[in-house]
Write a protein that binds this ligand. Structure first.
Ligand code: GLY
Length: 317
């Protein structure tokens, strides 16, 4: 059995690519890297890779993480700028014995040394979004508090589970701010004996629940991916509201080592993309019920077309 699941509709083309690779016997690690790179390279997704929105100083700082569930190897980078594919740098770092997590100038030095592609990641379109936001927030620059990180979990035919993330983090974040995405256990987690999970939303709150590790732990205890996702999101959402009066956006997806998958969210509008040996690449829209249970239905052609139309529409300043 093989399969791959990812946060948001934006992962669909990456999922299609990875599904073809997995079918041909490619490893989970190579398939997930290829899938995330496809999202990073697409200029109209404004929260990942090229075209990602900048921080408050108009610099695009990127985070990424990777975990191999066979070996527990982890690699991650935070606040790196001017490199095309953060996921490939994170994956390479997972092969090192030490120095697995690098940030800022150190991460850039490493990426340069290993000849990863250097690229100016701030596009004219992202500059226009920045100018528009700055005008709207003429008093104070505040980071947008939800976020569309791409996170994926991948299972190959030999039973290896990997998990990976890539993001430009919060729009208008402070320089040097790092969210959950490069933090193992928060943004992503994989254990080939169980499965994997990954998260999107407000990093500062996702981290408080180590939510990806929590989902894998719950699956290990016998919960299905759907039950584990719902329990992890609902418990954290409740706790944050009790202790802090509010919870940020929390959305997750998971897949176990049998290719069964699940999702959960505390917001309206969450979508995910998934493909398995038995299911062609499909985008699902998630609805959270009042009792916290999440259901999902296949996105219509109309919804998919509207999604792309909005993403590619000119920025009105
Ligand atoms: N979840 C992505 C971030 O908070 O940066």
């Amino acid at each position: 059995m093989h399969g791959i699941i990812a946060t948001w509709r934006m992962a669909k083309e990456g999922i299609e690519l990875a599904e073809g690779l997995l079918k041909d016997g490619e490893t989970s690690g190579k398939a997930i890297e290829a899938a995330i790179r496809a999202v990073e390279d697409f200029p109209y997704y404004k929260s990942v890779g090229y075209g990602g929105l900048p921080n408050e100083e108009q610099v695009v700082e990127l985070d990424a993480g990777y975990m191999d569930g066979d070996t527990m190897s982890v690699g991650a980078i935070g606040a790196i700028k001017d490199f095309a594919n953060p996921i490939s740098i994170a994956k390479k770092l997972s092969e090192e014995k030490v120095n697995n997590v690098l940030v800022g100038a150190g991460a850039e030095k490493y990426a340069h040394e290993f000849k990863f592609e250097e690229k100016e990641m701030l596009t004219d379109r992202a500059k226009a979004f920045y100018r528009k936001k700055k005008k709207e927030l003429s008093q104070e620059l505040k980071p947008y508090d939800g976020h569309d990180t791409v996170g994926m979990v991948c299972l190959d035919n030999s039973g290896t589970v990997t998990a990976a993330t890539s993001t430009s983090g919060l729009f208008m974040k402070r320089s040097g701010r790092v969210g959950d995405s490069p933090i193992v256990g928060s943004g992503f987690y994989a254990d080939s004996e169980v499965g994997g999970a990954t998260a999107t939303g407000l990093g500062e709150d996702l981290m408080k629940g180590c939510i990806s590790y929590e989902i894998v732990r719950l699956m290990k205890e016998g919960l299905t991916p759907q039950e584990a996702c719902e329990k992890a999101v609902n418990d954290l959402d409740k706790k944050l509201k009790e202790k802090r009066g509010a919870a940020g956006d929390l959305s997750v997806v998971a897949m176990n080592n049998k290719g069964e998958f699940g999702c959960a969210t505390n917001i309206a509008g969450f979508s995910f993309s998934v493909a398995t040996e038995e299911l062609e690449p499909t985008v699902y829209l998630v609805t959270r019920q009042e009792d916290g249970h999440c259901t999902f239905e296949v996105a219509s052609q109309e919804w998919l077309e509207e999604y792309m139309r909005v993403r590619m529409a000119p920025v009105e300043e």
